[in-house]
Ligand binder design. Structure first.
Ligand code: SF4
Ligand SMILES: [Zn+2]
Length: 342
């Protein structure tokens, strides 16, 4: 079998000297070492005969049209639909994963799903009359080659792209991987290295670096924190997180505080109480954040208001946003929403 006909050769790896085909993936901070036949932690990058292949390239396992508010992105083309794709695999192993059936699964190498080239994805997006594509559902860093190839084509066609990511990527490759992506929702899972190490199988420092780098690259960033009772929701930890966001990324960074529901390896863990979400939102706003939203529960006011005069800017109901104002607010403040139509 000629593997180069079946799988896409990965980028961002090297052969270790004197190692008999042992290779190292350089994409995320795990920097997995793989002997021939072995896969990395993400389950979708594999050493076959001394070459690293990206198994998921061209093989999305989820492809659908969602409201952009479901990513969630509230300040980037509110009210629009976005063509969304995801594959199998993730470089983290969170025991509380809310999408584990995609993230913690690998491909059956004897039966790969239908192949969609980057051009096929662009065509499907255009046929649906959309101008937005999201890399979402699982961690897009693990299919970076596919994501960057689609994003490059998208750029040429005037299509904007979004990555919903955990931000766990090597700083050396980040600019190349993310340069063509327009907007990000970064899953900020907690605010301590001990949390990241104990519950996600990763470390905190690279995620912080990612957020700062993307901000410095001028990208649109929104953050999501899933509040897991007793694990990452102490007032002390939350305040640290909110203050850090204000200082390092700016008060205008939208933050989504999301409710946890039991699942995967935490089937018996209690779900997040409504009052904890509201208390966390209060703390975030006291810390100085302008736009804080509550996700995964019903009957919440998630509209966007002007931080200065409290005018309604985006009326948002059930993950569907409607812009009430564009450009400048009635008080003269520039509205923190990207909505330049093509
Ligand atoms: S992307 Fe996958 S194979 Fe590469 S270092 Fe990260 S977990 Fe390992
Ligand atoms: Zn105003």
């Amino acid at each position: 079998m000629n593997y180069s006909d079946t799988y896409y050769t990965a980028r961002w790896w090297s052969v270790l000297p004197d190692s008999q085909e042992k290779i190292q993936c350089l994409l995320c901070p795990h920097k997995c070492l793989m002997k021939p036949g072995q896969s990395g932690i993400c389950n979708v990058r594999k050493n076959i005969g001394g070459v690293l292949y990206s198994i998921s390239y061209g093989h999305p396992v989820a492809m659908q049209i969602d409201p952009i508010e479901k990513k969630p992105l509230y300040h980037f083309y509110p009210g629009e639909s976005i063509f969304s794709i995801g594959t199998f695999g993730c470089n983290l192993s969170c025991d509380f994963c809310q999408n584990w059936n995609m993230s913690q699964t690998g491909y059956d190498n004897n039966k790969l799903p239908v192949y969609y080239s980057p051009q096929d994805i662009i065509m499907s997006c255009k046929q649906s009359d959309l101008h937005l594509i999201a890399f979402t559902y699982n961690e897009p860093v693990v299919f970076s080659e596919y994501m960057t190839d689609i994003a490059e084509q998208a750029c040429l066609e005037g299509i904007k792209t979004v990555a919903v990511t955990n931000g766990y990527i090597c700083p050396e490759v980040l600019p190349e991987v993310f340069s063509r992506i327009d907007a990000f929702n970064i899953d900020l899972k907690g605010f301590s290295d001990s949390f990241y190490r104990k519950y996600t199988g990763s470390s905190f420092d690279p995620v912080q670096k990612t957020m700062i780098t993307l901000r410095n690259m001028g990208k649109h960033i929104e953050l999501t924190t899933l509040l897991i009772p007793g694990l990452n929701d102490s007032e002390e930890e939350l305040k640290k997180e909110f203050e850090w966001i204000c200082t390092m990324l700016g008060n205008h960074t939208p933050l989504h505080l999301s409710a946890f529901y039991p699942g995967y390896k935490r089937l018996h863990h209690p779900s997040t109480k409504r009052e904890s979400l509201f208390r966390a939102k209060e703390l975030a706003m006291e810390s100085g954040l302008y736009y804080v939203y509550i996700g995964n529960i019903h009957d919440v006011d998630n509209s966007t208001y002007c931080p200065d005069c409290h005018a309604l800017l985006v009326n948002r109901q059930h993950y569907q946003g409607r812009l009430e104002k564009e450009g400048f607010c009635r008080c003269g403040r520039l509205i923190d929403i990207i909505n330049d139509k093509l």
